[in-house]
Design a protein. Structure first.
Length: 466
């Protein structure tokens, strides 16, 4: 008899796990209440990165004059004001892409013989899952219930003027003045995108700089770019309340001052979807933040119950969710499994320029007392970047002083998410800076700077012999 696997949640953690389990011979049932793909496909990653890709066109258009592209009248003006952003068309395209991606996942499930049940599910015990029409017996259960935007009682989203990032795709017109509360990854990405699309943008940051969790040099560079594009940045400011004023919004700050705009995006974090799932009944413990406790092979505190993705609070990335789900199924089915290594995770902030990073940060290396060297080069030196008119960004690598091992890296620039992979591979496989430097790169290419930065760390030695 095949092992019976029940998966609650059809996001990356759920559908990737389902594929692994069925290929191992398990009988798999996946229960999803919203649509296959979960938040990553339906309301978060796919739609947000699509609108960001649309906005990125502005950065390309701005480089037209220096590339020799002129208007028909012979002027070298490439004023964005001459172009109109049709927000209804932009969001219509996003919805089509979302549906297509969700349909592709559904097709994949059907092709692999995975049963999909539409609706909500809850645990009755570690071996029983209740769905709208039946109770499923399970040899193992995977919880991949995701998370939702965090809301504040003083700034409740209404879907009209006060919005979460899941509600932006209902807009039919470009916001005249978008106030973004929160300067983490989500806030920075949307603030940058809507400024490029043509909205006036005010970014309210409770910290002194945007992206407090990113490399300080990278965050500082991005902040300078934001300001140069005309974004208003309110650092060290906290939004206490947001009010829908009918024809706009009023945001009250901690010092009592009020700023007004047409719309407000609340980007103040996420909350796990862990209520009403039967966790307590099944013996699944939550941490102090309300996330499901898991170990490095995705086990919860209940035997036979695993969890993956944003409901675990481990790392809110679709790639991590998928990895957690795959690990869970491998472990549950007795396959060889490599525990999750967060130090190998590569991440990206989809602003313009992008910020990609992998491995240890410089702050972490200092805190751990590891001897390291830093090599950094500006992208403006790169011949391919010059051809493309790219003059912003850099590549930075941290190498171990004694062994030369690549400990971490940061790339800031156009398509940084694409160029971080060789350094992600180096960190995961414990390669040295010489290993990276000796691999061939295409000339000319932006990735050539990665090789050159690594080459500058050749023969690192600690002068004190430690």
């Amino acid at each position: 008899m095949a092992t019976r696997m029940v998966i609650i949640g059809g996001g990356p953690g759920g559908y990737e796990a389902a594929i692994v389990a069925v290929k191992q011979g398990a009988e798999v049932t996946l229960v999803e209440r919203q649509g296959l793909g979960g938040n990553a496909v339906l309301t978060d990653v796919v739609p947000s990165k699509t609108i960001i890709a649309t906005a990125e066109w502005r950065t390309i258009a701005d480089r037209a004059p220096q590339l020799g592209i002129r208007d028909l009248d012979g002027s070298d003006s490439a004023e964005f004001a001459e172009h109109v952003v049709d927000m209804a068309a932009v969001n219509s395209r996003i919805r089509k892409l979302v549906l297509k991606q969700s349909h592709d996942i559904s097709t994949r499930m059907a092709k692999n013989g995975i049963r999909v049940i539409d609706g909500e599910a809850r645990l009755l015990s570690p071996t029983q899952v209740e769905t709208p029409d039946e109770v499923l017996d399970a040899d193992a259960v995977l919880l991949a219930t995701g998370a939702r935007p965090r809301t504040l009682a003083s700034a409740l989203p209404d879907g009209d003027r006060i919005l979460t990032w899941t509600q932006l795709y209902d807009l039919t017109e470009l916001p005249e003045h978008l106030i973004v509360v929160g300067s983490g990854v989500t806030g920075a990405e949307f603030a940058g995108a809507y400024r490029l699309l043509g909205s006036e943008v005010t970014l309210v940051s409770s910290r002194e700089r945007v992206l407090p969790g990113e490399d300080p040099e990278a965050a500082e560079l991005l902040q300078e770019v934001f300001v140069s594009r005309g974004m208003t940045l309110l650092s060290g400011a906290r939004a206490e309340a947001v009010e829908n004023a009918g024809d706009g919004v009023r945001v009250t700050l901690g010092d009592g001052s009020v700023i007004e705009g047409s719309h407000c995006l609340m980007a103040v974090g996420s909350e796990p979807n862990t209520r009403g799932v039967g966790l307590e009944e099944a013996g699944v413990e939550l941490d102090e933040r309300g996330y499901i406790r898991v170990d490095r092979v995705s086990r919860t505190t209940a035997r036979g119950v695993y969890a993956a993705g944003d409901c675990t609070g481990v790392f809110p990335l679709a790639s991590v969710a998928a990895t957690q789900g795959r690990i869970a199924m491998a472990h549950a089915l007795g396959d060889a499994v490599q525990p999750l290594e967060l130090g190998h995770v590569s991440s990206n902030v989809f602003t313009a320029p992008e910020i990609a990073s992998v491995g240890s940060t410089e702050a972490q290396l200092k805190e751990r007392g590891i001897f390291y060297e830093v090599s950094k080069l500006e992208l403006a030196r790169n011949p391919r970047a010059k051809m493309l008119g790219i003059d912003t960004g850099f590549v930075k690598i941290f190498g171990h002083t004694v062994t030369g091992q690549v400990l971490g890296a940061v790339i800031v620039g156009s398509r940084a998410s694409e160029h971080i992979f060789p350094l992600s591979l180096a960190v995961a496989q414990h390669l040295t800076v010489d290993d990276v430097a000796n691999a061939f790169t295409v000339y000319p290419s932006l990735s050539g700077t990665v090789s050159e930065v690594a080459r500058r760390l050749h023969h690192m030695q600690d002068p004190q012999g430690r």
